[in-house]
Design a protein around this ligand. Structure first.
Ligand SMILES: [Mg+2]
Length: 336
């Protein structure tokens, strides 16, 4: 017998989390729970405001429709991954496809449970404090820094100082398409050439992919696609200067869709990096398992739990945040 439950959650977000100009105080989302013959699988459905194309209520409607079909005995995999099935009824929002595919994968025990629960640490602002944090023994010599927020030359001085302070450190930088070609050139010119070899890549330095490719050609600094991965019919291909693609499953779709992108990246000689979209600890632990399974040896970018005031249902190992239990979630629908 099959049973499905859709639950709603709301977690406090630290003041100051601004997404594309919108200040958020709560992270809201859904938990889908599928049960069959004493087996249970859970997944998180949490569209990210400003980034996802769907709203939470659109994701909930789509999920509920599929939960009903699954409980009635249907196989919903082709609905979750329409490109594989000509009979797909209608496109499923990426967040719903991701959460439902995680719940099914847990139920079918196809998502391995072991994971190292590691993330590339994200530098939030104070680089002196960040250098102290990274100096701790045993820390990973890889970190991520957001750039494109202030003057390019000032940012490269900051990057120089971090690389000079920590001689084993490698950096992934992320400009979120915010530099003009001139600002990107200013950044590159002020980088210390003796240190810049430890910049693994810059995610989307410029407003368009063509400008970002030109930046890489002109500077020799590798780039990575992030926003570009979710545009049009993106499929990884070898391009001079491109080192990696960033995959944010909550914005991308089902586990199968993510797996195809990862396979494509491997064939194109690119690194695939799994990355978070401010999921709860439930989604983050699943992303860690996914990364360990499909991108072994590549540390994912999951350092977003500290933006939240609580964990959800499952603990991220070592996090001191309190845990919301099932009783604190709102029941949206039970389907039997
Ligand atoms: Mg990015």
């Amino acid at each position: 017998m099959r049973r499905g439950t859709l639950l709603g959650y709301s977690l406090p977000l630290h003041a100051g989390v601004v997404l594309r100009g919108q200040r958020l105080s709560q992270r809201t989302g859904l938990v889908v729970r599928l049960e069959q013959d004493h087996r249970t699988g859970e997944g998180e459905i949490a569209p990210l405001p400003g980034f996802s194309g769907e709203t939470l209520s659109q994701a909930a409607d789509a999920a509920l429709l599929l939960i009903r079909r699954w409980v009635a005995g249907a196989c919903i995999l082709t609905d979750l991954d329409p490109s594989d099935g000509a009979q797909a009824r209608q496109p499923i929002p990426p967040s719903a496809a991701f959460g439902l595919s995680c719940a099914l994968a847990e139920l079918e025990e196809s998502l391995p449970t072991q994971a190292p629960y590691l993330s590339v640490p994200l530098c939030g602002g104070d680089s002196a404090e960040f250098i102290r944090r990274l100096s701790a023994p045993g820390d990973n010599p890889l970190a991520k820094v957001k750039v494109g927020l202030m003057d390019g030359r000032e940012e490269s001085r900051r990057v120089n100082s971090m690389l000079a302070a920590l001689p084993r450190l490698h950096l992934r930088l992320d400009a979120n398409r915010s530099w003009t070609a001139a600002a990107a050139a200013g950044f590159a010119e002020s980088l210390d050439p003796a240190l810049s070899g430890r910049i693994d890549f810059i995610e989307e330095p410029c407003a368009t992919p063509a400008e970002s490719l030109a930046f890489s050609r002109g500077t020799g600094i590798a780039i990575a696609w992030d926003e570009t991965v979710r545009e049009g019919n993106f499929y990884p291909c070898p391009q001079p200067g491109v080192a990696a693609i960033i995959i944010k499953p909550m914005l991308t779709g089902s586990l199968e869709r993510c797996r195809r992108l990862i396979d494509g990246a491997r064939q194109a000689g690119l690194t695939a990096v799994i990355s978070s979209s401010i999921e709860s600890s439930l989604g983050l632990t699943q992303l860690s398992r996914l990364a360990h399974w499909l991108t072994p040896g590549v540390t994912p970018g999951l350092d977003t739990l500290s933006l939240l005031g609580a964990q959800l249902l499952r603990r991220w190992p070592g996090s001191p945040l309190p845990l919301q239990s099932p009783g604190e979630l709102q029941i949206i629908a039970r389907v039997t």
